[in-house]
Design a protein around this ligand. Structure first.
Ligand code: NAD
Length: 481
């Protein structure tokens, strides 16, 4: 069995113990991950604090290191992708795509120009607004896309001059530990530390006095705990949390034409995407046709081990999530919903669930009101578009949404009324790009990642003023350009 170690101060470090990592395709233990103890966490935080003093000084070195990191991940794609598939369950082709995204994001940030913000530069004075790094960043990540979600934090945090202590989910620690190992020689010791452990390790990190910023991606329930922990010593937070993302299909949208994209938007990564379509509202005249088209795609989808050629959907990623999806689908059926496809787990080892299309699920049913985060989609009929928009908004969630119509004016009107961080027209999730901000309204998050907006969340503003003669001669200021 391969031994996995943590990266603390660029050194391979074993845990205080180990914990089991389970293969979701079999339900069996297949690896051990290091369980970080409090002393090791202290060592990681100390290393990050020490490294911060120098790392924040050299902008060019930081950009170079991000580019080198992208090259190293590029050449390590196959190893990382295979680990991702083994621990997360996703098809190998998706895992390779995830590593490709990671390198794209690293290169985007390596090249992101940050213009100087000079507010005054004349005979009477000089004033500049500068973005300084925050310090040590505690980065905490979930299990659905372990590598790209880590890179969404690492790349902007490191570019801005911060140092990082990163913790993956206990369900998917292995690819992240391997990435830490691959990047050991790229960043100076202490700049990027990777620790693994179970949920209490996350709580220790957020309560630790060293980090000045917590960048967290995960559930709303945990996000609220993170915010509470951060409040005690006023750490900065970015929270990327859950979604219950609606797709609104207008009467003019042809179900035969939109069904492929709606199916992909809902079932990509087995529905385990924060921004996956979680509810479809479709005009009542199109409802039966769309249900039939989506059910046909669900029946045809190839489900199996992520290592098998041609598989589209792997197992659900872990036992608690499998139990949750099973429970929500059973609850919907108990309350009168009908499965037009799927409706139950597949009868085989591992956490496989039949791709499920539900019709007749009423508002107030758990699968409509909560985030299912799995391969089950309620398709709900509406009569009046205003009513559909109200129902889409009637939730504490506010991550993404999509509108499906050829009428650009109506699409823009519906988009303007949806309470969420991104709206896509005739597609779902296309706004997920390095150069666009991604974040939730309402309970779906605080702050954003990606683009310059995401970078700014890893900085503090500092104003530099002086007499006119400082202008053009100051060497002080240019942390980030
Ligand atoms: P989770 O909240 O259970 O765990 C997320 C991480 O937090 C894990 O690393 C976990 O160990 C850690 N953690 C647990 N308790 C903690 C505590 N008290 N303090 C600090 N850290 C703690 O979430 P999950 O089940 O791993 O992930 C699924 C959720 O993540 C879904 O709700 C999904 O929508 C959300 N998500 C959001 C985004 C986004 O960008 N908005 C992206 C991906 C996933």
């Amino acid at each position: 069995m391969t031994e996995f170690t943590m990266t603390i101060n660029a050194t391979s470090t074993a845990g205080a113990g180990t914990f089991d990592v389970i293969d979701p395709a079999t339900g069996e233990v297949f690896a051990q991950a290091p369980d970080c103890g409090t002393e090791q966490l202290d060592a990681a935080m100390d290393a990050a604090a020490h490294a911060y003093r120098r790392w924040k000084l050299d902008d060019k070195a930081r950009r170079r290191a991000l580019r080198d990191a992208a090259d190293v991940l590029d050449s390590g794609t196959e190893r990382l992708a295979r680990l991702l598939t083994a621990e997360q369950g996703m098809p190998l082709s998706n895992a390779r795509t995830e590593i490709g995204w990671a390198t794209m994001w690293l290169r985007y940030y390596a090249d992101l120009e940050i213009p100087r913000e000079i507010v005054q530069d004349d005979q009477t004075g000089f004033a500049e607004v500068i973005r300084r790094p925050v310090g040590v960043v505690a980065a905490i990540v979930p299990w659905n896309l372990p590598i790209i979600l880590a890179i969404w934090k690492i790349a902007p945090a490191l570019l801005a001059g911060n140092t990082v202590v990163l913790k993956p989910s206990p369900f998917t620690p292995l690819a992240t530990l391997a990435m830490g190992e691959m990047l050991r020689d790229i960043f100076p010791p202490g700049v990027l530390n990777v620790v693994s452990g179970q949920d209490p390790l996350g709580a220790w990190m957020t309560a630790h006095p060293t980090p000045r910023k917590i960048s967290f991606t995960g559930s709303i329930a945990t996000g609220a705990k993170v915010a509470a922990a951060a409040a005690t010593d006023l750490k900065r937070v970015t929270l990327e949390l859950g979604g219950n993302d609606p797709a609104i299909v207008l009467e003019d949208a042809d179900p035969g034409r939109v069904a492929d994209d709606i199916f992909t938007g809902a079932f990509m990564n087995n529905g385990q995407l924060c921004m996956a379509i979680k509810r479809v509202y479709v005009h009542e005249r199109r409802h039966a046709e769309l249900v039939e088209a989506l059910a046909a795609r669900a029946h045809a989808a190839r489900v199996g081990s992520g290592f098998d050629e041609g598989v589209q959907l792997g197992p659900i990623s872990n036992r608690p999530q499998f139990d949750r999806v099973s429970e929500l689908v059973a609850d919907a059926i108990d309350h009168g919903a009908v499965a037009a496809a799927g409706g139950q787990p597949l009868d085989r080892p591992g956490y496989f669930f039949a791709p499920t299309i539900l019709t007749g699920a009423a508002d107030g049913t758990r699968i409509v009101d909560e985030e299912q985060f799995g391969p089950a989609l309620p398709v709900i009929a509406y009569r009046d578009l205003d009513e559909a928009v109200d129902r889409a908004n009637d939730t504490p969630y506010g991550l993404t949404a999509s509108v499906w119509t050829d009428d650009a004016t109506r699409a823009a009107d519906v988009a303007s009324r949806l309470e969420c961080g991104q709206v896509t027209v005739n597609a779902h999730g296309n706004g997920l790009r390095p150069d666009l901000p991604f974040g939730g309204h309402k309970h779906s998050g605080i702050g954003v990642t990606n683009g310059p907006w995401g970078l700014h969340r890893f900085t503090e503003l500092q104003v530099l003023t002086g007499p006119a003669r400082v202008a053009g001669t100051s060497q002080n200021a240019r942390q980030a350009d």
